[in-house]
Design a binder for this molecule. Structure first.
Ligand code: SF4
Length: 337
């Protein structure tokens, strides 16, 4: 499925109206009603909004990001061995709608906010690089913590601009996590070892049941193949692996398809994880009585994180490791714990 939003309304802060991103957006959606606003938070953070109803017709909000511009990564995102691990939020919310996504617990609105003051954000990244705790290692910056930035590339080419920035900034390594099938924007770019595309992969049964509006497995695999073959570093992310009756059959088929199409020698690494969500976000979503069965399972609660039991975690780890045995060097496989 190739889903791109057609925004009917663009809310734009007065201070962002003359920005390049605003001009691009107005041009991209010429029929959208443009509404000038003073402060995006008055719309975005309003109480009583229904996230899933808004998902049916999301609006675009353009605003100026206020500090902080860069954040240390939380324990819930895998750092895979990078000591200086940060994220920034060029966009809030996502055009996709995965049922296990924490964004529905983090924000009261499903509307998509794009921040227009990218220069200020990039200056903050440069400052953080100079102040990083482990100066012998680069800073790893995740761009897709609160969004799937690559999925929006056909609308706003922000990923390409961030790649240019990383290529011209010393000691910066950037992770772009995605489920998209978009690679056309990168065909003309020289592959960069400073960019790590991290593709999340799931069996089609999971994609169709839980990862709404995202491309099917084959489309993601084809995109990865192209990107890997052109020489970009790619991380394969099996995260979350969900447990349900016959889950092993579905995942086995997926692993087999990946092994026959993507060369294990060429990939950068692999991350594996299970369902997990901070207690706060989980409880907030649960209160809205979601349709998703994912919120009616019995989870363990460890360190304010809802997740599967220790035994289930071990079962997933053993199963995934057995499926990936011989596919790539075992040191390249990291498991969220
Ligand atoms: S692709 Fe990622 S950010 Fe987007 S809805 Fe799914 S889990 Fe959330």
């Amino acid at each position: 499925m190739n889903f791109l939003p057609d925004f009917s309304h663009i809310y734009v802060e007065s201070q962002s109206i003359d920005s390049d991103i605003a001009k691009q957006s107005f041009k991209r959606f010429p029929k959208a009603k443009i509404i000038e606003i003073e402060d995006y938070k008055k719309i975005f953070n309003k109480n009583g909004q229904d996230f899933q109803i808004q998902k049916l017709s999301t609006k675009l909000i353009l605003a100026k990001k206020q500090p902080p511009f860069i954040y240390p990564a939380t324990d819930i995102i895998q750092d895979s061995g990078f000591s200086n691990f940060y994220y920034c939020t060029p966009i809030l919310n996502c055009i996709y709608n995965c049922e296990y996504c924490f964004l529905q617990g983090m924000y009261s609105s499903a509307n998509i906010v794009v921040f227009t003051n990218t220069v200020e954000v990039k200056d903050a990244v440069k400052k953080q690089i100079l102040e990083r705790k482990y100066p012998d290692e680069p800073l790893l910056l995740s761009l897709s913590y609160n969004t799937d930035i690559l999925a929006l590339e056909n609308i706003l080419p922000l990923t390409k601009q961030w790649i240019d920035f990383a290529n011209n900034t010393d000691d910066l390594f950037m992770e772009i996590r995605t489920k998209s099938g978009l690679t056309s924007s990168f065909n003309k770019l020289k592959p960069s070892k400073k960019i790590l595309f991290a593709w999340t992969l799931s069996p089609n049964n999971i994609i169709q049941k839980y990862e709404h509006k995202t491309p099917l497995l084959e489309r993601r695999i084809m995109s990865i193949q192209k990107i890997v073959d052109s020489g970009w570093p790619v991380r394969l992310s099996f995260d979350p692996i969900l447990i349900y009756p016959n889950w092993k059959e579905d995942y086995k088929q997926m692993f087999e398809r990946i092994k026959e199409t993507i060369s294990g020698d060429k990939i950068f690494d692999i991350t594996i994880g299970v369902f997990r969500m901070s207690d706060d976000f989980y409880n907030r979503i649960k209160k809205t009585k979601p349709d998703s069965d994912l919120f009616y399972n019995n989870y363990d609660n460890s360190n304010n994180v809802k997740t599967v039991t220790k035994d289930q975690k071990e079962m997933v780890r053993d199963f995934a490791l057995s499926q990936l045995d011989g596919y790539c060097n075992g040191d390249k496989i990291n498991f969220w714990d």
